[in-house]
Design a protein around this ligand. Structure first.
Ligand SMILES: [Zn+2]
Length: 87
């Protein structure tokens, strides 16, 4: 599985490099959680996600700004999907 080491921000699509202050954000049983990026945590969360697809979600953010954006989305939609804009 060669793509395991490639992480991209779920907001802007930036690719993670060696030194970055990335975050893992997740929804677990309806609770928003944010933790510093860790590859092992990421794998564990994704394993959890497969077992609880209806109540869990996981996303990666490239920095504080995009972690906050995911939090904002969660406040509005209870998911990591961008809210629909009326225009
Ligand atoms: Zn980003």
């Amino acid at each position: 599985m060669p793509e395991l080491n490639t992480f991209t921000c779920d907001v802007c699509g930036a690719r993670k490099r060696e030194v970055n202050h990335w975050w893992i954000v997740s929804i677990e049983m309806g609770v928003f959680l944010c933790r510093e990026f860790d590859e092992v945590d990421w794998r564990n969360l994704n394993a959890e996600l497969k077992r609880h697809q209806s109540t869990h979600a996981v996303a990666v953010a490239c920095g504080e700004e995009h972690a906050q954006m995911l939090f904002d989305r969660w406040l509005h939609t209870r998911t990591f999907d961008a809210p629909r804009r009326e225009s």
